[in-house]
Design a protein around this ligand. Structure first.
Ligand code: PLP
Length: 218
């Protein structure tokens, strides 16, 4: 599916299912995580930004998997050069310490009155201290550059292996967020869920944690 196909599908939704004036927000992952590591093209995200501006829709970028240097930038949305209205973050935010955050433009973030936003674990001081340490480490250990290097090494290795292994389909990445498709008969349209399960199991037995993702039975 091309960028234009996706935008046409959205226009179709606006025309036949819901008028854009009734859409509060569009939420998108810059790299789809559980859905299979599909990288949103910058021109698609830029078009979404224009569409949201045009119709007064809040653009929410979910950086829960992609944030904090994983894709070679602090946040993956930087690759597209646009500013979201809101951003969600968790996972790497505090280096594994339980912490999640929503950040965004002041006119939205400051809209709830005092006491209008709460949560059982909101603002845990220890988790916040861990998150501050994470920011320092990302900076001092240059983890954005490191993510680019790791991504390049993995992609070169996997594409090299694909030359002699037809079971390896597309290899794609944004920084260190790398996916390798496993397919049957060397055909990109025949995902091999059984091989994926067998490979992740065997890797775990050998001490390597691999995660499968996608919507085709993995
Ligand atoms: C992209 C993405 N968004 C949202 C979530 C949910 O995050 P949380 O568990 O912090 O609510 C996850 C969790 O895996 C995720 O991967």
């Amino acid at each position: 599916m091309s960028v234009q196909d996706s935008l046409d599908a959205l226009e179709h939704l606006f025309k036949y299912d819901i008028e854009p004036a009734r859409v509060a927000a569009i939420i998108v992952e810059p790299v789809m995580g559980e859905g299979g590591f599909y990288i949103a093209p910058p021109e698609f995200l830029q078009a979404l930004r224009r569409l949201c501006d045009q119709h007064g829709i809040v653009l929410v970028i979910d950086e829960i998997q992609t944030g904090f240097a994983r894709t070679g930038r602090m946040f993956a949305i930087e690759h597209a050069g646009i500013e979201p209205d809101l951003m969600t973050m968790a996972k790497s935010l505090a280096g594994g310490f339980p912490l999640a955050a929503v950040v965004g433009k002041a006119h939205i973030m400051d809209a709830p009155g005092p006491g209008g936003l709460g949560g059982t674990y909101a603002g845990s001081p220890i988790a916040c201290a861990a998150a501050l340490a994470v920011l320092e480490v990302i900076d001092s250990e240059k983890l954005c550059e490191r993510a680019e290097q790791i991504g390049r090494t993995m992609v070169d290795t996997l594409r090299g292996a694909a030359m002699s292994l037809p079971a390896i389909g597309e290899v794609r990445n944004l920084g260190a967020m790398v996916a390798m498709e496993l397919v049957k008969n060397g055909d990109a349209h025949q995902p091999d869920a059984d091989l994926t399960k067998a490979l992740t199991k065997r890797a775990a037995e050998k001490g390597l944690v691999l995660l499968s993702a996608g919507c085709t039975g993995t």
